[in-house]
Design a binder for this molecule. Sequence first.
Ligand code: MG
Length: 179
Amino acid sequence: MTEDAAAALGPPTTVAGRRIHVLSKKFDGSTHYSYTARFIDQAGPLIRVWVEAREPYVSYRGEGLMREGFTALFFTDRWYNIFHNLRPMGRRGYLTYTNVGTPATFDGETLRWVDLDVDIVRTVDAIHVDDEDEFALHAQTMAYPDDLVDRVRATRDEVLRLVETDAFPFNRMDHLPRP
Ligand SMILES: [Mg+2]
């Protein structure tokens, strides 16, 4: 399937698909997040998975439970992935969380990517960039190559342009299961 096919995907008809493992690392190989998700579908470079509210995770910050259900969009050819929350999450009303990171790889059981710190967050009333301080720190301590630093900044700018259009893949409602 093509990029067009990915863009034409509508809301998942089921979120009860088979279980897969989502495993993200930092650039130095340390664990970022590890959790289980339900495979929804794959269309060309796009892989969609569903993560239940209260799904357990292990992360660099410790163990916890997902606060809200979300559909995650991973790409094998883009330097970001997107988490569309089912409902606005938390006091600030997080709707969509975009992680800048390497393109994903998926072997049918485990989906892997490397987190590159910077996040673009859409809440019910604002869009902002998070963790640029962490990015500046890790660029030094984890010795990011110059071209990787450039790639992260260019991706951040591209996502900021796209996220406010509500166009694919930021068409949140088209990726959420219908009630
Ligand atoms: Mg981050």
